[in-house]
Design a protein around this ligand. Structure first.
Ligand code: PNS
Length: 165
């Protein structure tokens, strides 16, 4: 069974990596796919986000990195995936994820959404919080993989990107 794990991944956090590792142990193949129609002002370009994902997933042989535009369920059907994987951190994620899962089922009844729970140590993590901490001078080395923390430091030295959708 092929699963897709979609997100903005701006940037990938330890919480995302946790879900990817769990998904890779459950499904034959996991396609981590970066949404191109998400944030207006991402910190990292699409290519940079894909590079970071590929770097930190290199040890997982059944994980591929890709990107998609448009509806997620159409992308899942095109790639032959039968499952959409989503990570749940806390109850607060549930309402929105439930709505999306129901809507995706309406659009594509043959694609199941499967929720995986993050490890408790990642329950408070999100890309936006990590970006804020980093922008305000806090250490993010325990929240994102080291290669990502390095790129965040570099990006902050250059100034946050503002020029790409
Ligand atoms: O990491 P994010 O930003 O929480 O990811 C959200 C994402 C990309 C998974 C979600 O916005 C999405 O599925 N976008 C694709 C567009 C789509 O299919 N919309 C209908 C969902 S009901």
């Amino acid at each position: 069974m092929i699963a897709v794990y979609p997100g903005s991944f701006d940037p990938i956090t330890n919480g995302h990596l946790d879900i990817i590792e769990r998904a890779a142990s459950v499904f034959d193949e996991v396609i981590v796919t970066v949404s191109t129609n998400s944030e207006k002002r991402p910190m990292f370009t699409l290519e940079e986000r894909k590079e970071m994902l590929a770097e930190v997933c290199a040890h997982l042989k059944n994980v591929k990195v890709d990107s998609f535009t448009g509806l997620l369920v159409q992308y899942a059907q095109k790639t032959g995936a039968g499952v959409i994987v989503k990570g749940l951190r806390a109850v607060s994620d549930f309402q929105y994820e439930f709505e999306m899962a129901m809507m995706n089922r309406k659009l594509a009844p043959n694609v199941e959404t499967v929720f995986l729970m993050t490890g408790a140590e990642n329950a408070y993590l999100s890309s936006s919080i990590v970006k804020e901490i980093s922008a305000l001078g806090g250490a993010v080395s325990e929240m994102v993989p080291e290669s990502v923390a390095y790129r965040m430091r570099q990006r902050l030295k250059e100034g946050i990107r503002r020029d790409e959708p």
